[in-house]
Structure formats: C-alpha cells, structure tokens
Write a protein that binds this ligand. Structure first.
Ligand code: NAP
Length: 328
C-alpha cells in the first residue's frame, strides 16, 4: 500500500482508503456481520488504514459495527465519522451545525464506536442556518478536549471552505469525485489545493457504475437507492454504460478491471486525492487495494480523461432537492 498525507499537518492515510460498504447490515444478521468484519480485517491486512463512517450510515449501526470490527487493531488505523446530515422520519433531509448539536453528536459517536477519539470528524452537510465559523469553532473545541484529531467538511462550497479554514485548519474535504463526476475540478478541487486541504473522494466508482457491473436498471436490487438517482435512469444509464464500455476496453488492454482503472486514474490526479471506495466483499477490497500499485502512462490518463470529459456523462448525481444542500 502507498500512503498520502491528509492535508498539510494531517496523518498519513492509505492511498486507497475504505468507504462504508454498499449493503446495510442488521446487528442480528450474523453472516453479514461476519462478512463485514472480514472486509475490515482484510483491508487492514493489506495496509488500508483509514475507515469512513457517519452517524447517518445504516441508522447509526455502521459506527457500532466499525468500532467492533477494528477492536484488535484500533491503534493502527484511523477512523472518521460525520454529523449533521439528518434523515427525518418523513423521508426529508435536514442539517444541523449548531455547536450544542456538534458536542452531542460527537459524544454519541464516540460511545457507539467505543473509542476515545475520532481521527477525522466531518460536518456531513453544511447547515445554511449556522455560520460555518460557529460549527467549526465547536469542532475545534472537540480537538482541545481530545475527542477528535482533525476536522473535515463534506460537500462544502469553495467560499465556505475558505471561511472554515480561516476559523480552524481543515484537514480534508470529502466530496464526490470520479471519472464520471469531474465537475469538482473546476472550483472546489483547486480551492482545496490552494488551502492545502486533502480531497477525500467519495463514490470514486460512480456508485458502482464504473465497475461495469451495472448495464441496465435491472442489475440494481429492487429497493436500491440508485434507482432514484438521475444517472441510473434508463436513458441516462444507457449513455453512461457506453462510456463505461470504453473504460472496460482500456482496462482489458492493461490487464486490470474497470474499477481498478477508475481508481488508478483518480490516484493519478494528485497526491492529495484519497479515494474511499465502498465494498461489502473481501475480493473487491483486495482488487481496490491493488489499484494503488497500478502505474498508468500519461497517455492512458489522458485517454480516460478524454473519454470521460466533463459533461460526457448523462444525468445528475442526485435529484435537485438533494443537490440544493450541496456546494453551500
Ligand atoms: N460524504 C458523503 O456525503 C458521502 C456520500 C456517499 C458516500 N460516501 C462515502 O463514500 C463511500 C464510497 O461511495 P459509494 O460506496 O457510495 O460508491 P462507490 O465506492 O463509488 O461504489 C460502490 C459500489 O461499487 C462496488 N464495488 C466496489 N469495489 C468494487 C470492485 N473492485 N469491483 C466491482 N465492484 C466494486 C460495490 O459493490 P460490492 O459491495 O458488491 O463490492 C458498490 O456497489 C461510501 O461507502 C461512504 O463511506 C460519502
């Protein structure tokens, strides 16, 4: 495994780090819990040392399961969690960046994960009703209290990121980035670079699209959330699959999988990019970890950038309502 520094003063994290995984797990589903533990353990064995979580994942169960899964090697890995992206009972979303809520959520996450400190604590969505300085100020107090080590934001706009960074150094921005979604190269990625903030790339496999495994909507489980995402709607998906076929052709030529090639392209975009692919399968953990060692020629990188030029993909990554809460 190769390692990259998270921000100017942050820790060294694996170039390929680890997302939450695609299938929500119940505590009483012993085989699934066992499979989850196996992915985390295998990742650690392969040198992956940065594991993503949030109090919004799997109804908070992900934090509990991750905390349990890393018990034997907690001191050798870094964990992140997030707060402030709230699923309301009626299905709507809410945000909360108020200081008292920050303190309350952090204590709850520490307890669920059964750890003394969270290595990177992210604001999951910017709360437009609370000045970012107040939220980040509260997060900085958590550092003083020894409850978190580094501060991150998710899906923030460049102006907010600058203000936040003035209030307290931000180690990482976690926002979507992949061959399929490159709009961030226009503004937020340059802002991160100017400020020395690492870019933790979520959905680096385009939510599975870039693996080549999804050719039609029928390839998605019946109640899968992606069925509601614009880019997975039948017409858009058909256009996106054409792009992925080109990716698969390049991958075949290099003797790697489409997913590995997509990750290798991401790593070639800069030392400050840390993709966090999510998987529920040990085999895919292994394939993803191996992508850190793929050397792409400048011609291959350019070829992929050309196939997946900004605007080449069809359909937005979220619906309009959710997009309104991003880039704030
Ligand atoms: N901050 C935020 O707002 C935010 C939002 C979304 C996600 N995230 C984080 O980012 C992580 C990654 O995003 P994501 O999981 O949505 O999307 P992703 O990583 O782009 O894609 C995940 C999908 O790819 C499949 N996959 C993974 N590795 C593969 C491989 N080597 N070969 C074939 N298929 C593979 C997975 O299926 P299998 O399980 O079958 O391998 C899963 O269906 C999440 O897990 C989460 O931690 C953050």
């Amino acid at each position: 495994m190769k390692y990259r520094q998270l921000g100017r003063d942050g820790p060294s994290v694996s170039a390929i780090s680890m997302g939450r995984g695609s299938q929500a797990i119940r505590f009483d589903d012993a085989p699934m819990v066992e499979a989850f533990n196996a992915t985390i353990r295998r990742a650690w064995e392969l040198g992956i040392n940065f594991f993503d979580s949030s109090d919004a994942y799997w109804g908070t169960r992900h934090e509990v399961l991750l905390g349990r899964a890393i018990k034997g090697f907690r001191d050798q890995v870094l964990i992140s969690s997030k707060f402030g992206n709230i699923d309301l009972p009626d299905g709507r979303k809410a945000t909360n960046g108020r200081p008292e809520y920050v303190f309350q959520c952090c204590d709850a996450s520490l307890k669920r994960m059964d750890v003394d400190v969270i290595d990177v604590y992210y604001l999951h969505r910017v709360d437009p009703a609370v000045p970012i300085e107040e939220t980040v100020g509260a997060m900085a107090r958590l550092i003083d209290q020894g409850k978190i080590r580094h501060i991150g934001l998710c899906e923030a706009g460049a102006a907010t990121l600058r203000r936040a960074h003035r209030a307290h150094p931000i180690a990482a921005l976690q926002t979507e980035y992949s061959l399929w979604f490159r709009e961030v190269e226009r503004d937020i990625l340059p802002a991160c670079r100017e400020l020395g903030i690492a870019y933790v790339a979520y959905a680096p496999l385009g939510r599975g699209l870039l693996t080549g495994r999804i050719k039609t909507v029928d390839d998605l489980p019946p109640n899968d959330r992606r069925r509601r995402h614009p880019r997975f709607q039948p017409e858009n998906l058909a256009r996106n699959v054409k792009l992925v076929e080109a990716l698969e052709a390049v991958a075949r030529g290099q003797g790697v999988t489409a997913a590995q090639l997509a990750l290798a392209w991401m790593l070639a975009q800069g030392e400050d990019i840390v993709p966090i692919p999510g998987t529920s399968h040990v085999k895919n953990v292994e394939l993803n970890a191996a992508a850190a060692d793929i050397r792409l020629s400048p011609e291959s990188v350019a070829r992929l950038s050309e196939i997946f030029a900004i605007g080449a993909g069809a359909g937005k990554r979220y619906n309009e309502r959710l997009l309104q809460g991003m880039g704030l």
